[in-house]
Design a protein around this ligand. Sequence first.
Ligand code: C2E
Ligand code: MG
Ligand code: MG
Length: 718
Amino acid sequence: MQVGLSNVLLIEDNRGDAGLVRALLAEAPGGPVAVEWVDRLSPGLQRCAAGGLDAVLLDLSLPDSQGLETVARLRAHSPGVPIVVLTGLEDEALGIQAVQVGAQDYLVKGQVASAALVRSLRYALERTRAEATLRALYAESERRRAEAEALAAKLAASEQRVRTLYQAMACGVLVWDASGRIIDANTVAEQLLGARLDQMHAHTPDNPLWRVAREDGSDLPATERPALLALGTRRPVRDVTLRVTRPDGEARWLLVCSTPVLGEDGEVVQVASSFVDITARKRMEEALEHHALHDVLTELPNRTLLHDRLRQAILAARRDNTSLALLAMDLDRFHEINDALGHRAGDVVLQQVGQRLRATLRASDTVARLDGDEFAALLPGTSAEGATLAAGKLLRALEQPCVVERHRLDIGASVGIALYPEHGEAAETLLRQAEVALYVAKRAASSYAVYAPEQDQYSPSRLGLVGELRQAIEQGQLRLHYQPKVGLKSGRVVGVEALVRWQHPERGLVPPDQFIPLAEQTGLIKPLTEWVLGTALRQCQAWHRAGLELAMAVNLSMRNLHDPQLPDAIAELLAASGVPPAWLELELTESVVMADPVRAMESLRRLCAMGVRIAIDDFGTGYSSLGYLKRLPVGQLKVDRSFVRDMAVDQNSLAIVRATIELGHTLDLEVVAEGVEDRSTWDLLIALGCDLAQGYYLSRPLPAAELECWLREWPLES
Ligand code: C2E
Ligand code: MG
Ligand code: MG
């Protein structure tokens, strides 16, 4: 098909020539639709730049350009525009040169017919277009060739990489064919599976080289192995953990992925299985699990594992309609051993005890260490009778002293027993009840106790508190309230008693009766008392600076008094706070002093020598020997509030209070009445000659700031 000429530009400075050429073009059939004319090169270039031209007819001698340069400039300016040179010079050599610098044709003025002119223009246009197309095609094919080359190089490189990886990979790779036979294996696969590739060729589902088990240890049937699954389902099978036992008997944990390779017809051609050795990780996990479920010191199951086994045992007992027993055991003098001989000795004792307990019971029983010196035993299929027999056996196992660093240490213990289904059906309940029974056994100083519902006052919640108490001390959840001691004759406030409370984040303000006994049992009483002493002494000092000359009374426990470091610790705390020793009073209950009078005496003498004052608290509730009382360096007797409370209505109580006041005075002691709740009691105490009073009638124990307010308003009466 012929191309049609629409726009042609004529660049010709000779107006006559230009007219001639336009006439020629106009008369030729198939000539251009429009001929534009300019008489110099520069407007010609501008027109070319605007586009839409099919060809340029170009005169070589123009006012602004001469000869070949004219062609060269136009070509350089507009590479895509066909140029036909039309010149007055008849010069064959020039014509050839014009074509060389970029013209498509060369015509001589006056020698060219109109048809030839049009043909030449059209030919120039066709050639230019064809060239452009060719150039584009060529460029495209070049691009593709380059791409293909790059791709080929990449493919070769990646294939090489794959092979290198395949061999050098840390993971094993097996390739299976569609019939489920192994056709390739890398070196790691051979090493991990303990077989060479040629041996693997013989591996079939019916004649396996390896034994394969699931994570839970059960055998994995051949059809469920990842490679065959991938083959059957045409889907990848990912991250299956398997335990593979190799031909040499060694077991390895492998994490396996199997991927089917599909052919064009969508059928599986091959399956590639890759796997990593996670044996080390598995062993670590097992060790961690063991660690998480066992006590490091004794290697016995810990509370978590006991709990778990207890739950299982309850399920089994429910199913089989049998009973079970849970025993909680606590060593009697363990803290003393720890305090006296150090933690290392304590640890040895715990290990020996653990071994003995374990050796005493059946293999089907679980012996666990719960906390500190607390052990537990779970006895499946055991009734009340069996449980008490077992408790007896366990206690007898501890009758022989433990020998630690040439010391022979007597280790007593107490046991609490809870039974399924009599006492509860849930693991938590039984554990708690065994601990309640243990607590009861301890308090009653009997070797064991079977849980009874009326023991519940020994408070499941109180037992739960122990674990949190240590944190409470460290995290500053303890508070001190102060209750004034007032002179009965003078009405003067002579001092305060510091009483600890626990500001529990959930339970609110917990009174000391609910955690002091437990702190005493667990040894936490030591840091607790130190906190109380430190806080009370700092408060005492602050009040003295503010002109409030109040003595500060602090309560001590039996364990505090038996701590040989106590006097030194108190001396340090006094020095740190700057409080003179005479302002500190230590309150001890009778039973504390009488439980071990010799040791108590020693500590008390040292404290007394420092100038600290000692008071006997709750007097009348214990079994004080008057003989001892005489010899103790005590300055104050506090009549127990149970007598004071009733003295106005109960003759017996009144008699006791009167006798106590007299006794105190004969021994030269100041007598304090605790728990004064009303005016009549107050008056009665004045009449009996009691020295000081303390109680709600005057003030409840108050936080320091509130006590200061109270003091400002006191005395209300005198
Ligand atoms: P306690 O040393 O005999 O303290 C007196 C207790 O009687 C306080 O109970 C006090 O609030 C209460 N009380 C005072 N006046 C009255 C009254 O008029 N009527 C009645 N019904 N009660 C009154 P709280 O604070 O609950 O303390 C109980 C016990 O806890 C104390 O008895 C003391 O043995 C012990 N305790 C308190 N703080 C500490 C401490 O820091 N260390 C030690 N080891 N024991 C402490
Ligand atoms: Mg007290
Ligand atoms: Mg008291």
